[in-house]
Design a protein around this ligand. Sequence first.
Ligand SMILES: Cc1ncc(COP(=O)(O)O)c(C=O)c1O
Length: 306
Amino acid sequence: MSLHAFFEGEFVPQEEAKIGILTHAFNYGTAVMDGYRGFWNSGRDEMFLFRLRNHFDRFLANCKILRIQVAPTTDDLIGIAVELARRCAVKQDLLFRPLAYKASQSLGVRLHDLADALLISTTDMGPYLPETGVRCRTATWRRIPDISVPARAKITGLYVNNALARAEAAQDGYDEAVMLSENGHVSEAGPANVFIVRKHRVITPPVYDDILEGITRDTVISLARDELELEVVERPIDRSELYVADEAFLCGTANHMTPILEVDRRVVGEGEEGLLTAKLRGLYQEVARCARPDYEHWCTPVLGRP
Ligand SMILES: Cc1ncc(COP(=O)(O)O)c(C=O)c1O
């Protein structure tokens, strides 16, 4: 497999993309990241990049928060992403990681007077969590609030918060952590947004509960409303609502959709993937692989075959 990266303005074999040890972002976490997937569709002999425009719109908006300037427009980034996927030339799913970072070889905590750079790396990483479902633990680490470091900005340094929570969960024998906001509401999991189902209503934390404004979250909301005609509510969720939910699941680019089977040793619903979760997961898989014509506008072809 020939994985490539976009690095210092060029497409290079990934092993050749290297940064210096004094790189500002490496020392202080001053970078904005994103992640999008390329799904291989064998029937059409094509790779589709899922919701690429949305990912790059978010990425550029987040760059603004960290005062990073890497590319003038989303369209420039889309052009780079398509070419990068084409150069990888593989017939399998890929995960791409754009990173806009403070690139100066310079110590000193700040955002100003530093050079910015763009990197897009590639991995063949599969689903991040077991697809059959996960057992979660409420983290003792609170989600970092927007007034300290904005979670919506997907800043690399902020992920220490997620790492602390996930390490705690793993060490206690759980698959994943659910973090609470400072005011005690369910915020999100380590790498994913949280949904519950109660009495046929699909509920997810609002954007003001210190979450990343997930693109998979947005996809799930659209599919639940438009395809399953379900009521979707964005409102604060109490920790104990996780325990009494009929169904619960996590969603994100890295894990796709993952049923939550248990939280803090309380079985959620029947302790297996719920009916609505399964329906949504099936729809998501079809849409992401460009197998549903109504959603083709979300899928950017890499090879451009008719
Ligand atoms: C903390 C966090 N929440 C949620 C998500 C899901 O976001 P998306 O669906 O855009 O991948 C991610 C993944 O990037 C994440 O890191």
